[in-house]
Design a protein around this ligand. Structure first.
Ligand SMILES: C[S@@+](CC[C@H](N)C(=O)[O-])C[C@H]1O[C@@H](n2cnc3c(N)ncnc32)[C@H](O)[C@@H]1O
Length: 266
């Protein structure tokens, strides 16, 4: 199975989880709060630059909630996603005509069609960024804006998470033995396909976008917290509180999720 098919599989299996993440505007968990915050920052970045009525594409739209919210706020929106399951959900729940299956590396729209693009949580699943960036640049009109999110490679919480996960894996066989001795159940096997998930540094990422005609206009970095201990410490409130620092360049680099707002130069 190719890595794109694995990504498709993963998201098709998790449509209901993605639909639920946005139910609560102040969720208890770090995971859900990260998504809720990033969606809010993306809306702010778009609203600060593009008037109502502008044409916006949500590429990698998942369940379609963001395109629907932008439509509710007066934008003319479309959504595309690799996963037919996600698109089906969006068409059933939001708009039958405005969502379609499509690959970010081959966006199914003509040149210069959109005033804006939102692309949240997508590029990190690709093998590389060149085709996706070229395509976003192609479908944006000159001077149009894109909000693209990436996971940070310098976030200290990520390294702490990685150390904790490795420790857990190292002691897992011992935990299994103790559980068996006590007659307990085995830990569940990993239920979803494991997919590649790349991380980004601001400097090299902005240079790459620039080389595709996408000039950095604004930068927001949010979501503090440790995913490895989320089961015991949900951290939603902590993550929400840390949003105050999302635009503070002295400290925001410690956060895990980056939003780059770029302008298409043509
Ligand atoms: C982490 S989810 C984010 C969904 C949505 N943007 C959100 O913020 O809720 C990533 C989405 O990107 C989609 N995706 C992954 N690779 C893609 C590709 N090559 N082209 C289009 N969509 C893709 C997945 O199917 C999935 O729905």
């Amino acid at each position: 199975m190719s890595s794109k098919e694995q990504v498709n599989d993963l998201f098709t299996q998790t449509v209901d989880d993605w639909a639920r993440y946005y139910d609560d505007p102040a969720p208890a968990t770090l995971t859900a709060q990260n998504f809720v915050s990033r969606r809010r920052f993306a809306i702010q970045l778009i609203e600060a630059r593009l008037p109502k009525g502008s044409k916006i594409l949500d590429v990698g739209c998942g369940t379609g909630h963001l395109a629907a919210e932008l439509a509710r706020r007066g934008y003319d929106t479309w959504g595309t996603d690799l996963s037919a399951g996600m698109v089906e959900y969006a068409r059933t729940n939001y708009n039958q005509d405005r969502y379609q299956v499509g690959d970010i590396e081959k966006i199914p729209f003509p040149d210069n069609f959109f005033d804006g693009i939102v692309c949240l949580g997508v590029v990190e699943y690709l093998a590389n960024d060149d085709a996706a960036l070229s395509e976003m640049h192609r479908v944006l009109r000159p001077g149009g804006f894109a909000v693209i999110t990436t996971p940070s490679s310098v976030c200290p919480f990520f390294y702490l998470d990685r150390a904790l996960v490795r420790t857990r894996f190292a002691v897992r066989p011992a935990i299994g033995v103790v559980r068996r001795m006590l007659g307990g159940a085995q830990p569940p096997a990993q239920p979803f396909p494991k997919v590649q998930h790349r991380r980004y540094r601001k400097g090299s990422w902005s240079k790459l976008m620039q080389s595709h005609g996408l000039q950095l206009d604004d930068w927001v970095c949010h979501a503090w917290g440790c995913y490895a201990v989320e089961r015991f410490f949900p951290q939603g409130a902590f993550c929400r509180a840390s949003d105050k620092f999302a635009r503070n360049g002295l400290i925001n680099w410690i956060a895990s999720d980056q939003l780059s707002c770029v302008r298409a130069v043509k």
